[in-house]
Ligand binder design. Structure first.
Ligand SMILES: [Zn+2]
Length: 385
């Protein structure tokens, strides 16, 4: 008996892949005998939750990662999301996990976008990106890889999978062929390339990724058996090559440690800010940032901060950006009270008259030299003159 990691049902045998995927390439004249790295054609999908073998492989990795990041605010982007993975992430993540979906064609996604040009997504804004079986469909896969690199946090991880036939020695690709030609050369009517493994890995490396291959030895024989994964099934996890992992297993721990540090600090700062917003009420509408400068300057790995005040109705924004390492910056932005920021008293203050009557949202962003953190806090406050 086997057990699907995603729906936890006991399974005698998973369902074989639809025959057309094996027959059509031959029908259209493919002569090549294929040897898939990950596909298990005989036991392809779960009879209960329809999870594919590659979904189950991803879930083996996600299970541990989601468990360890339950208390953190992790932003996940799933490109061309699979229903099974979506369900798995929803049921295994903590309440602070932000799971977003993206696709060019699907209606019910958070971002309608082309993976080759994700202009709606800002730099380094996702901690985990999942992109499974997408790159073999797009015209310029290098552009798509660069985009994933761009939107990935500097300490982030991305799962990138494509169909790999181990008999393929060179990548074969051509855009704009007939469906029949696609079936013959690339194994599916809407694929535009068939990767050679070495070339897939090299392309990822060329855009700057470090490629970590996780296999049976990493996930354990029993997990592979339960989920009917073939012995050669391999999960590709890429990172920005800024950390030195000596072992593959450290990927997850390193990921967790990095973000734990960020989010511990974020939570402290959130507490601080809630406090100064309360103080604001008591001080006749003056907005005080109480002790915040001390916290951020003394304990922080961040070097820059930005506070955005957005008018509730007009959505107009007033932005204050400053360098936390420069005392002058804080003084210029916030006036003389900034003098005291070292000593934790009233760090920063705004006069009431810079705001008109109304309700404002406050966003705080912190940033070290290369990374702009996502939104750290969102809070409403009211000013009346
Ligand atoms: Zn299942």
């Amino acid at each position: 008996m086997k057990k699907c990691i995603i729906c936890k049902n006991n399974i005698e045998k998973y369902v074989a892949i639809e025959k057309k995927y094996l027959e059509l390439p031959l029908k259209y004249g493919s002569k090549q005998k294929s040897r898939s790295e990950t596909l298990n054609a005989d036991e392809y999908s779960c009879p209960f939750c329809y999870a594919l073998d590659r979904d189950r492989l991803c879930a083996l990795f996600l299970q541990e990662l989601l468990e360890k990041t339950k208390t953190l605010e992790i932003n996940i982007l799933d490109i061309a999301p699979s229903g099974a993975i979506k369900k798995f992430i929803y049921s295994n993540s903590g309440k602070d996990t932000n799971y977003y979906t993206a696709d060019l064609y699907m209606e019910d996604v958070d971002y309608r976008l082309d993976v080759q040009d994700m202009k709606d997504i800002s730099n380094e804004s996702f901690h985990l990106v999942i992109c499974c079986h997408v790159l073999e469909h797009v015209k310029d896969d290098k552009l798509a890889m660069k985009e994933i690199y761009r939107i990935l946090d500097r300490n982030g991880l991305a799962i990138i999978l494509v169909p790999l036939d181990l008999n393929q020695t060179e990548t074969d690709e051509e855009w704009g062929l007939t469906e029949a030609e696609n079936w013959r050369r690339f194994g599916q009517g809407d694929h535009v390339r068939k990767y050679a493994k070495i070339d897939f890995v090299n392309r990822l490396k060329e855009v700057g990724f470090k490629v970590n291959e996780m296999r049976k030895a990493d996930f354990g024989e029993e997990n592979y058996r339960q989920n009917a994964l073939t012995d050669t099934s391999t999960l590709y996890i890429v990172d920005k090559n800024l950390n030195n992992f000596s072992k593959k297993r450290e990927l997850i721990q390193n990921f967790v440690d990095n973000y734990k540090q960020d989010f511990d600090q974020m939570n402290r700062i959130k507490g601080e800010i809630n406090y100064w917003i309360d103080c604001c009420k008591e001080h006749n509408g003056q907005i005080l940032i109480w002790g915040w400068g001390y916290f951020v300057c003394e304990n922080s790995r961040y070097t820059k901060a930005k506070i955005v005040f957005q008018n509730h109705l007009s959505m107009e924004e007033k932005v204050f950006a400053f360098d936390l390492q420069k005392r002058e910056d804080i003084q210029t932005t916030f006036g003389e009270n900034g003098n005291n920021y070292y000593y934790s008293g009233i760090a920063l203050s705004y006069a009431l008259n810079i705001f008109e009557n109304g309700t404002y949202n406050i966003f705080l962003k912190l940033r070290n030299s290369e990374k702009e953190n996502l939104l750290l806090i969102y809070k409403e406050f009211h000013v009346s003159n």
